[in-house]
Write a protein that binds this ligand. Structure first.
Ligand code: G3I
Length: 392
């Protein structure tokens, strides 16, 4: 019994471990990455989860895109991760390498290597690419505050979008042009995040400027407004949802080029609030404006799940995937479903304990593949939801 199997044994039921220890032989049809990672972790390579059983095959059968955020270091260093991406997804988005703090080490230089290699990989594997993101109040480089000011902010913003959008012109399915511009605690009637450096330097007009510049530089990319905590049927999300809908309505009324709403979909298991009515209201609101809808950063935070039993936790997480996607995919508006990461090996939710306050001693399991790249119950819940979706 290997050490990892012992560890694994303690974390799942005895029956499951015995089944795994039986070392059910992987079939030749199972690709290398599953055989290597699954067997290495002591679990049998699951049948029927690749090729025609892959997420992308089931998505494509319904005219949908399904993908994930790609961590640059994992992509660079782990062949099994690259194989997983190619096997399972038809769209990818860089998790961080197109953000200002990673992309722009200095005011005059761009570090495009990671984004270039992901775009090239996607092209080689017939995958689409989302761009994330041109404008955000976070992930700004350390030089930003001392360099960008009211006098040059407009030029800095326009030059950034022209440089980055121009480099990938024709290669990007959709750009998150502005990310998270709504923040109710800033107490503006329009709900805009006035505490954003871009708002402070350029006023609310930074939003329209970004979208108009993006359209100029890449007319074929779908320009997306992306935000979070707008999914649930509670007051807090409801207020933010109303402000997001008001923003995109105002943008369309003013002729600002906007093609899609990105609903980040960072949702939680073990909670008490649902998300049916609010989510439908949001999606219907986007539809009424002629917008496509993308679920851009789906994951299920399981920190609030009381049980320590892995199998039980996974089942609860999978049920949240099923329920959320059943609502989101009810109509034809949602065209792409991306999870924020593919595997629990890399999820922002496990960086430190900020998002693991209730169970700081355990790692979260929010994604369709576990840390050994084996499909989790969430994989099957996601795939089943894709199957139930109306064909686009
Ligand atoms: O790459 C540097 C590394 O060189 C350095 O040694 C290290 C020191 O801390 O930092 C590394 O950069 C980190 C980066 O992730 C890459 O791992 C940043 O510190 C860290 O802040 C950054 O966190 C990302 C966060 O956005 C902020 O950009 C998360 O990985 C990423 O998952 C998260 O994603 C956001 C979406 O973009 C927007 N929606 C919310 C979502 C979750 O917060």
């Amino acid at each position: 019994m290997t050490a990892s199997m012992t560890k694994t044994k303690n974390r799942i039921t005895r029956r499951q471990w015995l089944r795994q220890a039986a070392g059910v032989a992987a079939t030749a049809a199972t690709p290398l990455f599953l055989r290597q990672s699954a067997l290495a972790a002591g679990s049998p390579a699951p049948e029927g989860t690749t090729g025609p059983g892959s997420l992308k095959a089931h998505a494509a059968a319904r005219g949908l895109l399904t993908g994930c955020a790609v961590n640059a270091a994992l992509f660079r260093d782990d062949e099994n991760f690259r194989n997983l991406l190619a096997e399972q997804y038809n769209i990818v988005v860089p998790e961080n390498c197109l953000k200002w703090n990673i992309l722009r080490p200095t005011p005059d230089t761009y570090a495009f290597e990671d984004a270039d290699s992901l775009v090239a990989f996607a092209e080689a594997h017939g995958m689409k690419v989302r761009g994330h993101n041109f404008v955000w109040h976070q992930a700004l480089p350390t030089w930003f505050a001392g360099t960008v000011n009211k006098d040059n902010a407009r030029k800095m913003l326009v030059d950034h979008i022209r440089t980055v959008g121009g480099r990938y012109k024709g290669k990007i399915h959709s750009w998150d042009v502005v990310n998270e511009a709504i923040w109710i605690p800033d107490n503006r009637p329009d709900g805009l995040r006035s505490s954003s450096p871009w708002f402070e330097m350029l006023g609310p007009g930074y939003i329209d400027l970004a979208f108009r510049t993006a359209r100029e530089v890449d007319p074929n990319a779908l320009l997306t407004y992306n935000d979070y905590s707008i999914e649930y049927d509670n007051d807090e999300d409801g207020k933010k949802r109303a402000a997001v809908l008001a923003l995109i309505r105002r943008m369309k009324a003013d002729g600002v080029p906007l093609d899609a709403l990105g609903i980040q979909s960072h949702i939680k298991a073990g909670g008490t609030v649902g998300f049916h009515q609010g989510l439908r209201e949001l999606i219907d609101g986007a539809k009424a404006l002629g917008l496509q809808v993308f679920l851009t950063e789906l994951d299920v935070n399981d920190d609030a799940v009381a049980t320590e039993d892995i199998a039980e936790r996974d089942k609860i997480v999978a049920e949240v995937y099923r329920s959320y996607l059943e609502t989101a995919l009810e109509g034809p508006e949602v065209k792409a479903v991306l999870t924020w990461g593919a595997s629990d090996r890399n999820t922002w939710l496990n960086k430190g304990t900020k998002f693991r306050k209730q169970h700081p001693d355990r790692l979260q399991r929010p994604l369709p593949f576990d840390a050994d790249y084996a499909p989790t119950p969430a994989f099957f819940a996601l795939r089943q939801a894709l199957d139930k979706a109306k064909k686009r």
